[in-house]
Structure formats: C-alpha cells, structure tokens
Design a binder for this molecule. Structure first.
Ligand code: ATP
Ligand code: MG
Length: 298
C-alpha cells in the first residue's frame, strides 16, 4: 500500500519504502538518543493537565519522570492533587508526611528543602501532597497574587533541576490555574475512547486564558494518547480524530492499555523499575525521548 494514510500498522513494509506508520497513523520518526548532560538546571516546568478524571495524568507524571531520570535528567515531581495519588504511587503514606505542598504554599517559613523527599528513583525527587491540599484551594482565594503562588514557591528549584513535572487534579479550578501559571508547557493525556474529546475545548480555552492573562510563555508541549488498544477500530478512530484536531501536537508515542500500570501503583514504584522490560516501560522511555527532542534538548 502506498497511499500512506490507510495502511494498518501491522502491514509488512516494503524494503526501501516510506517510513513505517506509527499508531497515530503518521510516519514514525526516528527519535534521537538523549544527549548526556554535563550540568543541570534551568528546568522546564511541564503541567500534566486534563480536567477529565482517570486519563493517565498521574501514571504519565511518574513514568515520564522516571524515564527522564534514567536518561540522566534531574527531575522534580510535584503532586498537585489533593487525592495524593502521585505520592501514594511512589510508595508514600499520606498520613506520615511531615510537610506537604500545602505547607509550602501557605506557610512562609516552610522552604522547598523542608518538603522535597527522594522518590526512590535515582535522580528524581518529589514534592508530596495529601488531602490537606484541598484546603489550599479555598484559602488561596484570599491571597495576593493567588494564581502565582505555586510559581513563586517553585522558583528556587529551577536552578537545581532539568525538568519539573506537575501532576494536576481533575478540575480547572484555582490549583490547576496555579500549575499552568507556573509552567512553560502543558502535556494533555487523553484516553483513547469515544468521549475523550469532550471537555477538551474547555481545557484549551483555559490554557489560552492563562497564556493571555498570566503566563505568556505557556505552550502546549503535546497531546498524549493513553490506554490505546490497537486491536480495536475504536481506539484507532479516536487517534485519527486527535490528529485531525491537534495535528503535530499529538505525540507519535502512544501508551497502550495494560494492567501492569495498576500493578506498579500497588507496588509503589514506576513501571520502569517494577517491570523494567515491559512494553509499558518502553513506551514511557520512548515518550521521554520524544519530549526531550521536542522541548528539552536544543
Ligand atoms: N496505559 C494504561 N493502561 C491501563 N491502565 C492504566 C493506564 N494508564 C493508567 N492506568 C490506570 O488507570 C487509572 C487512572 O490512571 P491515573 O491515575 O494515571 O489517571 P489520572 O488522570 O491521574 O486520574 P485522576 O484524574 O483521578 O487524577 C489507574 O488505576 C491507572 O493505574
Ligand atoms: Mg491523577
């Protein structure tokens, strides 16, 4: 088949034909091997954002972060969801945290060093949260520069890390606006199912408003298809619609559906260490290469 758009992914390829089509229906580029770094700092801050619940925000934050750390980047993860799933997913007990992001936001004498904990993955640290953070949403309303609070408290971390990933809660409230205001880029994970695109227009409007009013540098770094099942027409159709709507913003990498992700959450570690040679781990390493090539290296 030479018409490009229609060939199923599993078609045998002609020997010197066009580049193989990836799961998004576009030719799959060869992603460069990440360059080793000799110095760290000047972090890019990226928010993982979608107000729809259960689309893979937390899973992507943990595993993209762990993969970037494997490639030698210094990574800070910020749990910015009162559910605290990111912290739990890295093995922390929500009842045994001395300080959380809540203290960092609301108490002037609490510093980053007080709150940062190691994640268990070499090169990756964590700012943990628990249910306390839900109070911040209410209390921040009365603060001066309430939308810039997270940006202000993260400022000293920029010189220490290469990447800071913020795991947002499933809402477009003041916490998420804080995350977008603190960020250089946004990654939007979208589950590959029919209703995935519902609400995406509202998310885009929110991102545009934050860019216009609070944070002119904010970019959409990419849209990530998650829980993809290449055997179903359904998943492939959603992918096709994503590419129609978002064009090149859609990552060539997609994350397939596998139970290994919930298993690794129970184990309290990233899939990249829990099941290091699994397809899920490889997908996140590939996503890390794509993120590095697109918006971190060069
Ligand atoms: N690719 C995948 N395949 C199968 N299950 C997945 C995949 N990615 C995530 N999951 C599972 O789906 C559930 C939701 O994922 P996750 O917590 O990452 O979503 P979320 O967007 O952060 O949710 P919330 O909006 O509640 O914060 C979890 O149980 C997770 O283990
Ligand atoms: Mg989550």
């Amino acid at each position: 088949m030479t018409d490009g758009g229609m060939a199923p992914v599993s078609d045998p390829l002609p020997f010197d034909g066009p580049a193989p089509l990836g799961p998004t229906g576009r030719p799959m580029p060869v992603l460069p091997e990440p360059m080793p770094l000799t110095e760290h700092g000047n972090a890019r801050v990226i928010a993982m954002c979608n107000q729809k619940g259960g689309v893979g925000k937390t899973t992507t934050t943990i595993n993209l972060g762990a993969s970037l750390a494997e490639f030698g980047r210094k990574v800070l993860l910020v749990d910015f969801d009162p559910q605290g799933s990111l912290s739990v997913g890295l093995g922390l007990n929500p009842h045994e945290m001395d300080f959380t992001v809540y203290n960092l936001l609301m108490e002037r004498d609490v510093t980053l060093e007080d709150v940062i904990v190691p994640s268990g993955v070499p090169g990756m640290d964590l700012l943990p949260s628990n249910i306390d953070l839900s109070a911040a949403e209410v209390q921040l309303v009365h603060e001066v520069a309430r939308e810039q609070t997270l940006q202000r408290v993260l400022q000293p971390a920029l010189a220490e890390y290469d990447v800071i990933l913020i795991d947002c809660q499933p809402s477009l409230g003041l916490l998420t606006v804080n995350a977008l205001t603190a960020s250089d880029g946004v990654i939007v994970p979208l589950e590959c199912e029919y209703f995935a695109l519902r609400g995406v227009a509202l998310l885009k409007t929110t991102i545009d408003k934050v860019r216009e009013r609070l944070n002119p540098k904010l970019e959409i770094d990419g849209v990530l298809g998650t829980m993809f099942d290449g055997r179903t027409l359904h998943s492939r159709e959603v992918m096709e619609r994503l590419v129609q709507a978002w064009g090149d913003k859609v990552f060539h990498t997609v994350i397939r559906r596998t139970v290994k992700f919930s298993d690794s959450t129970v184990a309290g570690e990233p899939i990249t260490t829990y099941a290091s040679s699994s397809a899920g781990a490889d997908s996140y390493r590939q996503l890390a290469k794509e993120v590095l090539a697109r918006c971190l290296d060069g």
